[in-house]
Write a protein that binds this ligand. Structure first.
Ligand SMILES: [Zn+2]
Length: 246
């Protein structure tokens, strides 16, 4: 059986809240790489500086990537949420994603990995065209993007580590549930994209649960039952600058 390749995404990043700081420190101790999805229009200067410093200090442990532009839901009531998708023209989407891209480049320079992750996993053909035109190298939603001759690497994140109440409030899973979901995927090998939201962590029990899950991932990595990777590494592997290591 081939060793599964796993990436870990933490979405909705813009401020240096305590939960973020505690978890990023914990992940660093475990040497678990994480991809941070930044909401460009909300990014606070202090958070920008923290992330930039972390990437410079330990580039193999985190990626800084773009998660939408404003992270607003524009879907009609009762429909699946999206910031980018049907009902928005190519030009509108290109404009917003491009504004976000400029903020990311200005804020992070070479520490920014040109990857785009649409909020709520929402996208349509115009979103993909905008992503291509702007020169992103990675696209990551909940499912594969149907587009022939894609110029970007399409790395979907199918496994959510939290769930949502009908009113949209994020709820954390317990650790057993997260481990079970991940194990189930690991049996199949291949690539596994995991998404969590540190903002879904509401109390000490949620924090314990996610830390237990991260320990499980770190052990899998240590035992070589899984290979954790970053989008920036994927780009280097694919472009032949670095060998894929197991
Ligand atoms: Zn989000």
């Amino acid at each position: 059986m081939s060793v599964p390749y796993i990436f870990l995404r933490d979405d909705d990043i813009w401020t240096d809240d305590e939960i973020f700081l505690e978890l990023s420190c914990f992940l660093k101790k475990l040497r678990l790489p994480v991809i941070y999805g930044i909401i460009p229009s909300r990014l606070e200067p202090r958070m920008r500086d923290i992330l930039k410093r972390a990437k410079i200090d330990d580039p193999g442990l985190l990626d800084i990537v773009q998660h939408g532009f404003q992270h607003v839901n524009v879907a009609p009531p009762g429909k699946p949420k999206y910031e980018f998708g049907a009902g928005r023209s190519f030009y509108q989407q290109y404009q917003d994603i491009g504004d976000g891209f400029n903020i990311m480049q200005r804020s992070f320079g070479s520490s920014f990995t040109p990857a785009f992750m649409p909020p709520y996993h929402g996208f349509d053909a115009a979103t993909l065209q905008a992503v291509e035109k702007l020169g992103f190298k990675v696209f990551s939603a909940g499912k594969k993007a149907v587009l022939s001759g894609k110029s970007f690497y399409d790395l979907p994140a199918r496994v959510a580590l939290n769930q949502y109440r009908p009113d949209g409030v994020a709820l954390a899973f317990d650790s057993r549930m997260m481990v079970a979901r991940c194990r189930q995927e690991m049996h199949g090998g291949g690539m596994i994209g995991l998404v969590y939201h540190h903002r879904a962590i509401k109390d000490a029990a949620d924090m314990r649960a996610i830390k237990l899950f991260f320990r499980f991932l770190a052990q899998a990595q240590e035992r070589r039952d899984a290979r954790l990777f970053l989008f920036s590494q994927w780009i280097r592997w694919k472009e032949g600058h670095e060998k894929i290591s197991a």
